[in-house]
Write a protein of this length. Structure first.
Length: 205
């Protein structure tokens, strides 16, 4: 069994790093970001599914960092748009678009769509790769909800200001971190990953 002391969170998105750090804060591991470990290069997200892209990223960065690596691929699937933007969520308005531009395009696509037809879900798949042994694991989280007509709230990132999760009236941009960290797609996938890691690397080991 591999003796893990560091875990690389393979993203340059500061919001994701902070979110994972909160969710995984009780693990007996030192969490590191790509910049901290000086990992260069960018994994190409050429997969057709969240599973494929998460695995591609985890394997790419694990090979360069030499430490166990956690990478996720996530996106928004809107029912009225046939599941779009899906795996293209981060590139929905072009490769260099801002969060605001991506949200603006989504809302344009949904113009004229009734409230009952704005159902959506956030999907997150986390890949965990151990470079020394070649082992890998996948964890999945889904959060269902709907898209509102205009952005609300300054919290979160990405499509958070226009997504209201089931059972709530506030968007992810408005909800407190402690609530989002219980119900979000990333929180649910990370909780599965954390359960696996706690079982494998107990704090009192």
């Amino acid at each position: 069994m591999e003796d893990v002391q560091e875990l690389l969170i393979a993203t340059r998105n500061a919001g994701k790093v902070a979110e994972f750090a909160r969710i995984l804060s009780d693990l007996p591991l030192r969490l590191r970001g790509l910049a901290e470990l000086g990992v260069e290069g960018e994994a190409e997200e050429t997969g057709a599914t969240f599973d494929e892209n998460a695995t591609l990223k985890a394997e790419f960065y694990a090979a360069r960092a030499g430490v166990p690596t956690l990478a996720d691929d996530s996106g928004l699937e809107v029912e009225a748009l046939g599941g779009a933007p899906g795996v293209l969520s981060a590139r929905y308005a072009g490769p260099n678009a801002t969060d605001g531009q991506r949200v603006a395009r989504l809302l344009r696509e949904l113009e004229g769509v009734g409230d009952d037809e704005r159902r959506a879900r956030f999907v997150c798949v986390i890949a965990l790769v151990f470079p020394r042994t070649g082992e890998s694991e996948l964890f999945r989280g889904v959060c269902r909800g709907h898209i509102v007509r205009e952005p609300r709230g300054a919290g979160g990132f990405g499509y958070d200001p226009v997504f209201v999760p089931e059972g709530h009236t506030q968007t992810f941009g408005e909800l407190p971190h402690e609530i989002k960290n219980r119900v979000s797609h990333r929180a649910r996938a990370a909780a599965e990953a954390a359960r696996f890691l706690r079982g494998r690397f107990p704090r009192d080991a």
